[in-house]
Design a protein around this ligand. Structure first.
Ligand code: NAD
Length: 534
């Protein structure tokens, strides 16, 4: 029997969707969400609703993914409550007008500034793997930035989605924030509406549908996609450390993590040691086996289970650790596969499950070129080796983010912007970046009336060439380079900066020189005085 009565998952009626969106648009136009105090109050109410529904969330995530209590607190509940606290404490600072740097002296008379306007009415759609975290985290940014929001959680985790709806309905102003439940038909109906931004987290396949729908109204999108991330292990890496960390990042949520490594490229001389250390780490993490462990999640549903099984069946690699599957329990054992073909199914497709393929490579260059061939722009890269080697990996590859000597850890550091590049996504969020993601930076100037005589030269007629001469004198920059790409030295600037390039470091050097001169003077005077006394 269930520990808790959870609220039922109910599809939103498709016919209701247009009126939900127009209600939110009407409220947005009323400027209700503009004051910082209003946004902070909503976020604080969300915080307490998270706390009040903690047990329901634990139960829901257990039912949806058999997520452990530790992972539910660490990666779902605590992540969100911390993010709310950080946002409420920082909001006044984030909302402040900014004075842009590098504005010419004359233009400063116009008091240029950047105001942080909300975008308007935004749609956020969540994925299934961290159903609370990856839906509420962008929503916190959208609320903080003053938008009204429709959230569509993943239907693949119906219990979590239902608890999230309950949380939103008890905590948040229903005229500003709505939870729409459903699958493809409901999302399609949502995408038919006009949005001021769509924030999508999920697969690249669905992202193409979302982007196509957005283009109709030229709606900006943030796409958080994923997968096919390489881990690279050099022959100088600490193999025990690499094995433990890569096993951790692939067994969290049973490998259903967009950031976890999809495959490992290991120098062939260390492959036997790496497999042995993975075996040791597996015993340490799951002493009675992963199936019996309360810390190992299940695959979200039978479709996903069959997809991962098919990848395994089609692989020509050799299973060296694990390999057990149980469809009834949706259980897939953490499985290490030694592969020889870089086009193997377990390498080129995103497993989004607990598969750890290892492809032996000849050296670091071979690893880098193989990773680039498989996927040029993964969400993450994980390099293990010396500093010179990991720097070489960073220089030779592209990715949304990277953890050096670790798996996926950069992706769970609060407030570190998180996002993809190329086909792993666009746009980033978390902490301040979430606020920026849902904010329009509106450039504003105020032209004082007393400037009219100075501005007269911008008005026609332009028959008199003196206007152009004066205009050029005021605005044209002189190149500090010649036609042969040589840097020209401005003798006045050189003297001012003491050759350091910037006035700031020039000033620093000048201060240091003055200090040395002062000390020398004191010292020599002191010496002289001493001699005189003697
Ligand atoms: P998904 O693309 O199947 O679903 C995501 C959302 O899109 C869901 O809300 C779903 O209802 C909706 N959707 C699905 N099909 C649709 C369609 N045809 N038309 C309109 N809407 C549709 O993704 P998922 O299975 O929930 O998540 C797994 C994928 O997400 C993996 O590829 C993973 O790498 C990626 N992911 C990325 C991140 C990230 O932050 N970069 C995080 C988690 C997951």
């Amino acid at each position: 029997m269930a520990l808790f009565e959870l609220p039922p998952f109910k599809h939103t009626l498709i016919d209701d969707i247009p009126s939900i969106v127009s209600r939110l648009r009407k409220t947005y136009s009323s400027q209700k969400t503009r004051p910082a105090e209003y946004r902070i109050r909503q976020l604080r109410q969300l915080y307490w609703a998270m706390v009040d529904n903690e047990k329901e969330l634990l139960e829901a995530l257990d039912r949806d993914l058999r997520k452990s209590t530790f992972e539910t607190y660490a990666a779902e509940i605590n992540f969100i409550t911390n993010e709310i606290i950080f946002a409420t404490q920082s909001l006044h600072q984030w909302m402040k007008d900014e004075t842009p740097a590098d504005i010419a002296l004359m233009d400063k008379l116009l008091t240029p500034k950047i105001r942080k306007d909300p975008l308007g009415v935004v749609l956020i759609t969540g994925p299934f793997n961290f159903p609370v975290h990856l839906s509420f985290s962008p929503m916190i940014g959208a609320i903080a930035a003053g938008n009204t929001v429709v959230l569509k959680p993943s239907e693949q985790c119906p219990n979590s989605a239902a608890v999230m709806q309950k949380i939103m309905e008890t905590a948040l102003d229903q005229d500003c924030y709505a939870c729409v439940q459903g699958a493809v038909p409901e999302t399609t109906a949502l995408l038919d509406q006009h949005w001021d931004k769509i924030f999508f987290t999920g697969s690249a396949r669905t992202a193409r549908i979302v982007a196509q729908a957005a283009i109709k109204n030229l709606t900006p999108v943030a796409l958080e996609l994923g997968g096919r991330n390489p881990a690279i292990v050099s022959k100088h890496a600490n193999i025990r450390l690499a094995a433990r960390r890569l096993l951790w990042s692939k067994t969290m949520n049973a490998g259903q993590v967009c950031m976890s490594q999809n495959y490992i490229l290991a120098d062939r001389v260390v492959v036997p040691d790496l497999i042995q250390e993975l075996r040791v780490a597996m015993k340490e993490f799951f002493p009675g086996g992963a199936k019996k462990s309360a810390d190992f999640s299940r695959i979200v549903n039978i479709n996903s289970f069959n997809r991962i099984k098919k990848m395994l069946d089609e692989s020509s690699g050799k299973v060296v650790i694990g390999g057990a599957l149980d469809a009834e329990e949706l259980f897939i054992e953490p499985t290490v596969i030694e592969v020889t073909d870089p086009r193997d199914s377990v390498l080129v497709e995103e497993s989004f499950g607990p598969l750890l393929p290892i492809l032996p490579v000849d050296n670091l260059d071979h690893a880098i070129s193989t990773a680039n061939e498989i996927h040029e722009t993964p969400l993450g890269i994980y390099a293990f080796g010396t500093l010179a080697e990991t720097d070489k990996v960073l220089a030779g590859t592209r990715s949304g983010g990277a953890s050096i000597n670790d798996g996926l850890f950069h992706g769970i550091i609060p407030n570190l912007p998180f996002g993809g590049v190329g086909d792993s996504g666009s746009g980033s969020y978390r902490g301040r970046a979430s606020f920026d993601c849902f904010t329009h930076r509106r450039s504003i100037i105020h032209t004082p009336s007393w400037m009219e005589p100075m501005l007269a030269l911008r008005y026609p007629p332009f028959t008199n060439t003196t206007k152009l001469h004066r205009y050029n004198r005021m605005t044209l920059l002189k190149p500090d380079f010649d036609r042969n790409n040589n840097q020209k030295i401005n003798i006045f600037w050189y003297l001012l900066t003491l050759g350091s390039g910037t006035a700031k470091s020039g000033a620093f050097r000048a201060t240091m020189l003055a200090a040395v001169a002062f000390l020398l003077k004191r010292y020599t005077c002191g010496e002289l005085r001493l001699r005189r006394i003697q």
